[in-house]
Each structure stands twice: as structure tokens, then as C-alpha cells.
Design a protein around this ligand. Structure first.
Ligand code: FAD
Length: 311
């Protein structure tokens, strides 16, 4: 209940322009900016530096240039060029060749064809440089179209991309079966958005139970799934299922967000599991940051302490 209220509250705040401009001015200022706990920086150089530190500890990365819901084809083109520049910079740097992106960043809300063209430009560059591209999942108005765009690219033989499924949506169980049939790589998450009762589970117990069911289907029949969660119960269930079925840890990986449960990231790695950290960066960090606060209201205390300790 508290979690639902917090999610709704922070999603509403995420739409506030005043708050956004205030936060943008101070959140990433200097090394002590309060958003730096969750955002690697505003530039690709800062993201690459963060990736190097993570990789030094034996973890893998996926870099996400933050941005979503662009309103015009010109903005979508700018975002696409920015991603192409990220691919070049990451390739030159030697850090892991794995990126995550959102289709509304590439013009999905402008029109589908624009988005598909932009995604193709990115997948072509990614193929040339041996990158893997994860298409993040956004809120429910975009679920079907995101999976549809992915399948279009898959049918055109683009195999260096994967999708995300959210266990809060009952439809995800069927979507997982479909992705397993294709042989496509899935990242499983609980879902970061407040979704309507008509199409989404509302209780944590239901979301968690669905997460475990989908995790099992992906581990048993999927292609190198990513189990993306900080929830120790979900992680235990994954470990237990893999052990019970004799599934080699090399056939899947865990994923977590930058700055969250670093202790758990390290301990899973020590146990021999693959762990990938999602490293978000860029100037458009505010909506992402607010979603992280909404997931765990205790983070607000952390942010307030960081602000108060700033001079
Ligand atoms: C790699 C990765 C990629 C993701 N990609 C997407 C995506 O494409 N689409 C999408 O909708 N969602 C995405 N998410 C977010 C996801 O849907 C959840 O909102 C988020 O992971 C919180 O859920 P949880 O599984 O950690 O479990 P929860 O039940 O929310 O949390 C379990 C425990 O994890 C810790 N925790 C969780 N969140 C936080 C936080 N913000 N700060 C501090 N501690 C926290 C706390 O200890 C908490 O008790 C992604 C998550 C990860 C890890």
C-alpha cells in the first residue's frame, strides 16, 4: 500500500518542471551532488569512468543514455545521433559493449516508422562494433508496440538486441513464452511504473509470485535471461531453481541498478554468478531519479542528508 502511494506521489512529482529545473541545477553539481548515488554523470566520459570501476570488481555493465518521450522527429534524430556517439566512445574506451535504450527516446510517440528507422541505425552501428542493445520497457501504453518493434527487427535478422518484461503485467507470462520461442534474450523486472488495476497486479505478493513463475520459464527455456532485481527473495528463488534443475550459472545473469545494493552485487559475484550493473548517465536524469525515489522512500532521507551536507 505504502509502496503504491509512494510510486504515485513520485511519478506526479516527476512531472513538475519547477522541481526538475531546481534538481537539475544542483543534483549533479560537483562530486557530492545528491543524484550521483544513482546517476553515473552527465557525460559519456563519466559513465565510462564509472564502468571501469565496476568492471575492475569483476562486474559487467550496460550503459544507458537517459532520455524518454521526445516530442518531435528532430529530437528523436538528436537522441539517435547521441547514441551513435556513445557506441563510438564505448568501443574506443574498451569497456563492455552493452547499451540500454528506450523507444520513446527514438521517436515512438512521434510515429512508429521514425522509431524503427532510428533503432535500425543504432542496431547497424551496434552490429558493426559487436554491441548488445537492450530495449528497456516503458509504461503500459508502450508494451505491445515495443515488443512489436522488437519482433520486426528480429524478423529482419537483427539478433544483437533483447527486450524487458515486467512481472507486474499478467501478459508478460505469454510474452515470455513468445520470446523463448524466438530465442530472444529477456531481462525480467518487476516494473517501475504505476499501472492501472485493469491490466496490472497491484500487490507485491502477486508481482513477486509472477516474477518467480517467469524467472523459471526463462531459466528453463530461454536464452541467456537477465534476472534484474535487488530483492533477496527473488534472487534466492533464482539460485534455488537453477540448483534444482542443474542450470549452469553461465546460462543467465543477475542485473542491478547503479548505486543500489552494491553489497549484494559484490556477494553474488563472489559466489560465481554473472552480475551486470545498469549504468545510467546523461543530462535527462530527473524522471529516472524520481522513479528510484518512488521505489524506496528511504532514499529520500539519503538525498536530504546529501543536500544538507552540501555547502
Ligand atoms: C538492471 C535493471 C533494469 C531495469 N529496467 C527496467 C525497465 O526496462 N523497465 C521497468 O519498468 N523497470 C526496470 N527496472 C526497475 C524494476 O522494474 C524495479 O522497479 C526495480 O528494480 C525495483 O524492484 P526490485 O526488483 O528491486 O524489488 P523491490 O521489491 O522493489 O525491492 C526489493 C529490495 O530492493 C532494494 N531496492 C529496490 N529498489 C531500490 C531503490 N530504488 N533504492 C534502494 N534500494 C532499492 C530494497 O532493499 C528493497 O527492499 C530495472 C531494474 C534493474 C535492476
Amino acid at each position: 500500500m505504502l509502496q503504491t502511494v509512494a510510486k504515485t506521489f513520485f511519478h506526479a512529482l516527476a512531472g513538475s518542471r519547477t522541481l526538475k529545473s531546481l534538481a537539475s541545477r544542483y543534483g549533479m553539481r560537483g562530486n557530492g551532488g545528491f543524484a550521483r548515488r544513482f546517476i553515473a554523470g552527465e557525460t559519456v566520459e563519466e559513465a565510462i569512468a564509472a564502468a571501469r570501476v565496476i568492471e575492475r570488481d569483476g562486474l559487467a555493465v550496460t550503459l544507458d543514455l537517459l532520455g524518454e518521450s521526445v516530442a518531435t522527429a528532430a529530437e528523436a534524430d538528436t537522441a539517435t545521433r547521441a547514441y551513435l556517439a556513445v557506441i563510438d566512445a564505448v568501443a574506443a574506451s574498451g569497456v563492455g559493449r552493452n547499451i540500454s535504450l528506450k523507444l520513446t527516446q527514438l521517436g515512438l510517440t512521434v510515429d512508429r516508422a521514425t522509431c524503427v528507422d532510428n533503432l535500425r541505425r543504432i542496431l547497424d552501428a551496434a552490429t558493426a562494433h559487436a554491441f548488445f542493445v537492450r530495449i528497456d520497457m516503458e509504461n503500459s501504453p508502450y508494451t505491445a508496440v515495443t515488443l512489436g518493434v522488437f519482433e520486426t527487427m528480429w524478423q529482419q535478422e537483427y539478433r544483437n538486441a533483447g527486450v524487458v518484461l515486467q512481472s507486474c503485467l499478467p501478459r508478460s507470462e505469454q510474452d515470455a513464452t513468445r520470446m523463448n520461442e524466438l530465442g530472444a534474450r529477456v531481462r525480467l523486472v518487476k516494473g517501475a511504473y504505476k499501472e492501472p488495476r485493469a491490466i496490472a497486479y497491484q500487490s507485491k505478493a502477486d508481482v513477486d509470485a509472477a516474477f518467480v513463475r517467469i524467472m523459471r520459464a526463462l531459466l528453463a527455456d530461454g536464452t541467456y535471461p537477465a534476472i534484474a532485481t535487488h530483492d533477496p527473495n527473488m534472487i534466492d528463488a533464482t539460485r534455488a531453481f537453477a540448483r534444482e534443475r542443474g542450470i549452469d550459472p553461465a546460462r543467465f545473469e543477475f542485473q542491478m541498478l547503479y548505486g543500489i545494493r552494491r553489497d549484494l552485487q559484490a556477494s553474488l559475484r563472489r559466489e560465481g554468478y554473472g552480475v551486470r550493473v545498469y549504468v545510467p548517465f546523461g543530462r535527462e536524469w530527473f524522471p529516472y531519479f524520481m522513479r528510484r525515489l518512488g521505489e524506496r522512500p528511504a532514499n529520500v532521507g539519503f538525498v536530504l542528508r546529501a543536500i544538507l551536507s552540501e555547502r
